[in-house]
Ligand binder design. Structure first.
Ligand SMILES: Nc1nc2c(ncn2[C@@H]2O[C@H](COP(=O)(O)OP(=O)(O)OP(=O)(O)O)[C@@H](O)[C@H]2O)c(=O)[nH]1
Ligand SMILES: [Mg+2]
Length: 629
């Protein structure tokens, strides 16, 4: 029913209004009480104007009582707040809403699972000194969280009736209606005069009242609450997240070394085995230079990939990842994105392809487009071998502080560079091509959980398998193709094989374009097959050096020592900067085409990323040269 229905001639209907924080369940209660279909949803700000319906109060001795008008108001955190929907609430409750009398009864709705937070605004409501009833809603969620509340104690503390309810299960409704019917007889202006506090005092009072209302809480709830208080703290939370990521990148280098060394030893043992058993010729070279030197140089990074994913899976399984998303939401809003972009961007650390596909959950089209366009800036696992090989070649494995290795620090900085780049690009896009404001986002925190080792093991195995399959297919094929181009035509005696080959000719064509940013001929060449997959940059360099090596000894040195010996530090740094930005991945471009349904955006993405890569590699190179590195 709407409030436009003719009211009985006798008088206007008396009114009761539902007030409370956003998402407390006011509309759900309104619907349950009036049978109306008010829109409800699990995020704040759903109700943005007043809605009215009718409610029949019980009379004395079971007779039909009075019909009243029930008003559902927008959620609000304070009467001082300024947003237009909160303004509606403030005016209605104060009786300043044009053409409307002040409500006779206020029904303050509280979320029992977030009692402390909701008790702040309730104090403001009680200060009004109006007849008030409190619906302690969502007691089911509080119980799920291991919390048993004492409505009586709360009622004592607040001086008004407190009725436990579960709006969505229609529990406690009869009691609530009863209390509404009797509210005016309880009205006691004296009792409310003690509430005249500032916000800090209200917060403190809310904390005490919330504590006092807890009958029992499971040890688990106590622990989780404490953990959240620290981990989600706006100041401490980000510091912990940052420190955690820092430790992870340290571990990627520190823990992987023995395994990587063992793998590398295995590859070179295989290589010398093949050299000893097979006769000199095409097949032997294809295996040693293409397969073992090339693909092998990528496979040795398996331990680092496994360690990185071990931590990611651990953060997901324990429930920490959702908290990280919550912390990031603020940062995302700062650049005009919502926290909904966080999960797609997070998946992009594994690979941009599932990340871009995950943007389907973002309803706002411009939000989604921006997220797609910046996803390739998240450091995908394919970049890890590229970063790692350069870091191993140029950054000494020294420590710059207790437990802080320089190599891990550089790796961390590269990941941060990608994130910062993405945030800046998002900021620019949201002000130009994909204009729009940030939308709010509330997510349920999953419970903390002890990770199941088996799940983590399965997850790790899947990750390792994806990596090895790439090595066996796309990386293998791109490397062998490059090896063929490098091996033919055969060099005349005295001529370098690289100079003589088709590949050398191609490299000479591209090199002038890349020379200004410090790239040598080998890099220019490696960038082409690396479009198939970023790791191919490593295998391509390894194969190029292996083919070009004058003798077996040099060939056996491995790509890291060849890079260390032949590149300057500015070149190496420029190469790293290039890979932070460059869209060296055809599959990402293809999936962007599919998800945006046009060529416009994938072309835009490719161009802007190449431009950024070129500019930043150049800036890095020239600054490094200027600094005399
Ligand atoms: N489990 C549970 N869920 C509830 C209960 N009451 C409401 N909800 C759910 O909580 C969410 C928010 O409810 P709403 O009624 O939209 O909240 P509101 O207070 O009207 O929110 P705004 O209009 O944004 O101020 C919805 O998903 C409801 O289904 C309850 O007692 N128990
Ligand atoms: Mg509502």
């Amino acid at each position: 029913m709407s409030r436009d229905d003719p009211a009985p001639v006798s008088a206007r209907l008396r009114t009761a209004a539902l007030v409370g924080n956003p998402n407390a369940g006011k509309s759900a209660l309104f619907n349950a009480l009036t049978g109306a279909r008010q829109k409800i949803a699990n995020y704040p700000g759903v109700t943005v104007e007043r809605k009215a319906g009718r409610l029949l109060l019980p009379g004395r001795n079971g007779t039909n009582g009075e019909m009243i008008e029930l008003i559902d108001l927008p959620g609000s955190y304070s009467f001082d707040a300024a947003s237009p929907d909160e303004e509606v609430t403030r005016k209605v409750v104060h009786g300043e809403f044009a053409g409307e009398a002040q409500p006779d009864v206020l029904i303050a709705v509280l979320d029992a699972a977030n009692l402390e937070q909701h008790l702040v605004f309730v104090q403001e409501v009680l200060e009004l000194g109006r007849p008030t009833v409190i619906a302690l809603n969502m007691v089911d969620l509080a119980e799920r969280d291991g919390l048993t509340l004492d409505p009586e104690a709360l009622s004592q503390a607040l001086g008004v009736p407190v009725i436990p309810t579960v709006a969505v299960r229609r529990k406690g409704l009869a009691e609530l209606i009863e209390a509404i019917a009797e509210a005016e007889t309880h009205a006691d202006e004296e009792a409310h005069s003690r509430w005249h506090l500032g916000l800090p005092e209200r917060r403190l009072a809310a904390k005490h009242m919330a504590r006092g209302a807890i009958l029992s809480q499971s040890a688990r709830h106590l622990m989780e609450n404490g953990a959240d208080r620290v981990l989600l703290n706006p100041w401490i939370g980000p510091v912990i997240l940052f420190a955690l990521l820092f430790v992870i990148f340290q571990a990627v280098f520190a823990w992987a070394t023995p395994f990587a060394d063992a793998l590398e030893g295995g590859v070179s043992l295989l290589s010398s085995g093949v050299t000893d058993t097979l006769p000199e010729g095409f097949l032997r070279d294809a295996i040693t230079e293409g397969l073992l030197a090339g693909v092998g140089s990528v496979v040795v990074f398996l331990p680092q990939i496994v360690i990185l994913f071990f931590f990611i899976l651990l953060m997901e399984a324990t429930g920490y990842m959702a908290r990280a998303a919550f912390l990031m939401d603020r940062l995302m809003a700062g650049v005009g994105l919502s926290g909904k972009s966080f999960i797609p961007l997070l998946s992009s650390f594994a690979c941009a392809i599932p990340g871009i596909m995950a943007t389907r959950s973002i309803s706002d089209p411009k939000d989604r487009l921006t997220t797609i366009l910046i996803a390739p800036l998240m450091t995908c696992s394919a970049r890890l071998p590229v970063y790692a090989v350069i870091i191993a070649a140029f950054i000494p494995a020294t420590s710059v502080g207790p437990g802080i290795g320089l190599q891990g620090l550089v790796l961390f900085a590269l990941y941060v560079a990608g994130i910062v780049g993405a945030m800046v690009v998002a900021l620019v896009l949201r002000r130009t091509l994909a204009k729009g404001g940030a939308s709010g986002f509330i997510m349920e925190m999953p419970r903390y959980q002890m990770p199941a080792l088996k799940d983590i093991a399965i997850g790790l195995w899947q990750r390792a398998w994806v990596f090895l399959r790439r090595a066996g297919t796309i990386i293998f094929m791109a490397t062998i193709a490059l090896w063929l181009l490098l091996s033919f035509p055969q060099a005349e005696p005295g001529e370098s094989q690289l100079d003589a080959s088709f590949a050398g000719t191609i490299a000479d064509g591209l090199h002038p374009l890349l020379e200004p940013i410090g790239f040598n001929r080998e890099i220019s060449l490696a960038l082409i097959p690396a479009l198939a997959a970023r790791e191919v940059a490593v295998s391509a360099l390894a194969t190029t050096y292996a083919v070009d090596a004058e003798d077996e000894d040099v060939a056996a040195q491995g790509v890291t020592s060849r890079i260390a010996a032949q590149w300057s530090l500015p070149t190496a740094l420029a190469f790293l900067a290039w890979f932070v930005f460059a869209p060296q991945c055809l599959s990402t471009i293809a999936v962007t085409r599919r998800e945006t349904n046009s060529w416009r955006w994938p072309i835009f993405m490719t161009v802007y990323l190449f431009v950024l890569a070129y500019v930043f590699a150049g800036l890095t190179y020239w600054s490094a040269v200027a600094l005399g590195l």
